[in-house]
Write a protein that binds this ligand. Structure first.
Ligand code: WQD
Length: 344
């Protein structure tokens, strides 16, 4: 079957990583079918995608955990070769305050999709997982064999539970081929500034807080601790450009398309393989955008791991995928995106 007729359902396709992946799917010759309830995404993301692609994209507004709604989507579309499942709540802090909301939504949606895959002979699923499953690794960089640690939050626990659900389904010989992508820290935006990260409310994550501080929306950035065991005392992460991350999903679909066995489960670390500290991010942001950032050093943030970055050899060889964009590229693109928001 030619890729051009290969439709891929993208749940959460209007979200930050979802929207960038929809663009790369079309660029690669797939036909994305966006499913989003817009609880954590804006309709403007669809316009941004269509501006970049210079064509319309198919969107179904609804909850992917709703069996009848999803059954309707599948009935409406033909030639569905797979799913990419992004739709989930992902605010670590909120998950501690509202665990039920997270366990219900993040597991229900996956269970519904798996049931429908069996009912409708859809065999490929790419699942959005997270490096949070590793907690504070004993050894760095982390490989896919590094032990998972008890989750630090209900959000992180839902990622671990969903990975276990997928693995158990494959071990039961359910006819599904699964790729779970463990994301490190996604940052940046499409170079066109038509799509990017739309944090609702006060950002939890570092880079949106940096760009909002630079834009004068936030008075100052607080660096959460500088007494860690790193080259400058601030926490170390593996920041990956969201476009590179999006391309990893296309590579995962291509990889699944070549699978001959009926039931397989593969996990991949999706990062750059390089660690950067909070101060590395701040200094790089200031350099590439020629901006002075107003920040202070504050106390550590509870739950933060000190250092985590990926060994990406497995994705490089098996998926034939490698991050190509740099921290500087991502921080330039993030700032351009922030400036585009100020104009709205
Ligand atoms: C990065 C570093 C902070 C804000 C989380 C989730 C993970 C994934 C990505 C969903 C840390 C420091 C931050 C600030 C700061 N989310 N920081 N001042 O915590 O690594 O990962 O987001 O999939 O699952 O756990 O990312 O961007 O919040 O923090 O100093 O105002 O920046 O302490 O060291 P994190 P982050």
């Amino acid at each position: 079957m030619s890729k051009h007729s290969s439709k891929v359902i993208v749940t959460g396709g209007a979200g930050y990583i979802g929207s960038h992946t929809v663009v790369e799917l079309v660029n690669a010759g797939y036909e994305p079918i966006i499913v989003d309830n817009f609880v954590n995404a804006e309709k403007s993301a669809i316009q941004g995608i269509e501006t970049i692609l210079e064509r319309k994209v198919t969107v179904y507004e609804g909850d992917c955990a709703d069996h009848d709604f999803m059954k309707g989507v599948i009935a409406q579309e033909s030639d569905i070769v797979g799913l990419i499942h992004f739709a989930a709540y992902k605010a670590v802090g909120e998950s501690v305050k509202k665990p039920l909301k997270y366990y219900r939504n993040n597991t229900d949606s996956l269970l519904t999709l798996l049931e429908l895959m069996v009912e409708h002979n859809i065999h490929h699923i790419v699942f959005s997982s997270s490096c949070t499953v590793y907690g504070q690794p004993d050894k760095l960089p982390v490989t896919e064999e590094s032990p998972k640690k008890p989750a630090e939050s209900p959000y992180g626990n839902t990622k671990q539970i969903c990975e276990e659900i997928l693995e158990d389904c494959v071990n039961s010989e359910m006819p599904v081929n699964v790729v779970a992508l463990r994301y490190f820290n996604p940052i940046g935006a499409h170079v066109s500034a038509q799509i990017g990260e739309l944090p609702l409310g006060v950002p939890n994550n570092l880079v949106p807080f940096v760009t909002q501080t630079a834009a004068g929306i936030r008075e100052k950035l607080t660096v959460f601790g500088n007494d860690y065991n790193t080259h400058d005392g601030t926490c170390l992460r593996d920041y990956i450009h969201v476009v590179d991350l999006a391309k990893a999903h296309v590579s995962a679909l291509n990889y699944l398309g070549k699978k001959s066995e009926a039931s397989t489960y593969n996990v991949f670390n999706i990062g750059t393989g390089t660690g950067s500290t909070v101060l590395d991010v701040i200094n790089t942001f200031e350099d590439v955008n020629d901006i002075k950032l107003n920040y202070t050093i504050g106390p550590r943030r509870a739950g933060d791991v000190e250092k985590v970055y990926a060994n990406v050899d497995y994705a490089n060889t098996e998926l034939n995928w490698k991050a190509e964009l740099s921290l500087a590229d991502a921080l330039k693109d993030a700032w351009r995106w922030q400036l585009s928001l100020k104009k709205d």
